[in-house]
Design a protein around this ligand. Structure first.
Ligand code: 13P
Length: 187
């Protein structure tokens, strides 16, 4: 089995390669029994090495949280309220754009309808208790959620699964936007 940091590095490269985040933004974590491995704040997702992942307690924040992603509070809340084993946070552009206009994403494509389902949009500034509460509540019922005007949080049984959910959110958002443009062009 790949070490945790190697899984994070691999998915980080995929996130940037597939345009779900520019190198600088976004974060990821993997859950263990009493701790989580999470990207360091400010890390470049396509240049992760062991120094760019931080292990912090699941139970509560500690001094090490200062090094961890500013969204550690959100990841911790999700692990406390769901059975997720991994979380991916991206700033994928179509999902972000849609979240500014809508209160939820209802996939129109077949794959999104079958495997993703409705994706609620939630409120809260990044790194806040409000965002943590809202994302955790949303992910206890949905595979992914979008923080309004900010980005996608997707959860799964593994990092690969969470990444795949984040990809589906962006794909479904693209399909909705394309249909919207076409409707506008056709008047
Ligand atoms: P971090 O580098 O602190 O994880 O912040 C990036 C981000 O995407 C915040 O939403």
């Amino acid at each position: 089995m790949m070490d945790g940091w190697m899984q994070i590095a691999e998915v980080g490269r995929r996130i940037v390669r597939s345009g779900l985040a520019s190198s600088r933004f976004g974060n990821m974590s993997i859950r263990f029994a009493d701790s989580m491995l999470i990207t360091r704040t400010g890390s470049l997702l396509d240049e992760i090495d062991p120094s760019q992942v931080i292990e912090v307690d699941l139970e509560a924040a500690s001094a090490r949280d200062a090094l961890a992603s500013s969204e550690a509070i959100v990841h911790r809340a999700v692990y406390s309220e769901t059975s997720a084993r991994a979380i991916v946070h991206t700033h994928s552009p179509y999902a972000v754009a849609l979240s500014i206009l809508e209160d939820r994403l209802d996939p129109l494509d077949g794959e999104g309808r079958a495997f993703l389902g409705q994706v609620p949009v939630v409120e809260g500034a990044f790194g806040t208790a409000k965002l943590a509460r809202n994302v955790a509540r949303a992910l206890s019922q949905a595979r992914a959620t979008i923080a309004r005007g900010h980005g996608v949080f997707a959860a799964g049984g593994s990092l690969a699964e969470a990444y795949s959910m984040a990809c589906m959110v962006e794909h479904s958002a693209q399909v909705i936007c394309i249909i919207g443009w076409r409707a506008k062009v056709q008047g």
